[in-house]
Design a protein. Structure first.
Length: 218
């Protein structure tokens, strides 16, 4: 099968955008193209879209995240957005959480290969670590509908912590249908934001929710 070229490959704006994290992000791209595809973590048809639809897409969450503290990436999978977040937020502890062994094995190898000293890889479901893992932020990309995502993610947040979820075109509908669940779990009003990493890249929808109440503490 002939694989078309990625139009963003070699674009001089990429290293400028990623800055100090560029070496790690570029190496991660190479790993995804080679080992990621071979292991079935990335579909071959996604290779020409890796920069725009996956790496740049993941990077849009970073401005909404704290520079320090613990950031928990829920359902890390191939490492999107978790590995990108870890590279771009080197002073934060980034926990990559996934229940599947083949994915956590991959993530451990990626972390070692890229030399990301600020990453912890955990094989677990979110609900299994609600009482032991608390962060300043949670990220999620293509994990679950928002009502389910609230149940998994909000209990992982400290008071004032933020959920930053990458969502699709139906984000506003999800926000409205999940509002009651979010409020019950202490979440504040959800913001639906359309953002893009670089001019010319496709827009990405981000849902941002702050946990305002934790077990009666306001």
């Amino acid at each position: 099968m002939t694989v078309e070229a990625d139009p963003w490959e070699g674009d001089s704006r990429l290293p400028a955008f990623f800055g100090p994290s560029w070496a790690a992000i570029s190496a991660f791209h190479t790993l995804l193209v080679d080992e990621g595809v071979r292991r079935g973590l990335v579909g071959p048809r996604e290779v020409p879209r890796l920069w725009e639809r996956h790496l740049l897409n993941s990077a849009v969450v970073v401005p909404f995240l704290p520079e320090t503290g613990r950031i928990i990436d829920l359902g890390s999978g191939a490492g999107l957005p978790g590995i990108v977040v870890a590279a771009m937020r080197p002073d934060a502890e980034v926990v990559l959480l996934d229940p599947m062994e083949r994915r956590t094995d991959w993530l451990l190898e990626v972390v070692d290969s890229l030399g990301l000293a600020n990453v912890v890889v955990m094989r677990a479901r979110a609900e299994d670590v609600h009482r032991e893992l608390v962060g300043a932020a949670v990220t999620a990309r293509a994990v679950a509908p928002l009502d389910r995502l609230y149940r998994w993610s909000l209990p992982l947040l400290a008071k004032g912590g933020v959920l930053v979820a990458l969502k699709g075109a139906r984000a506003q509908d999800e926000v409205e249908s999940a509002a009651r669940v979010g409020t019950k779990l202490g979440g504040g009003p959800a913001e639906v934001l359309s953002v893009r990493a670089i001019d010319g890249a496709e827009e990405t929808t981000v849902v941002r929710v702050v946990r305002e109440v934790v077990r009666g503490v306001r």
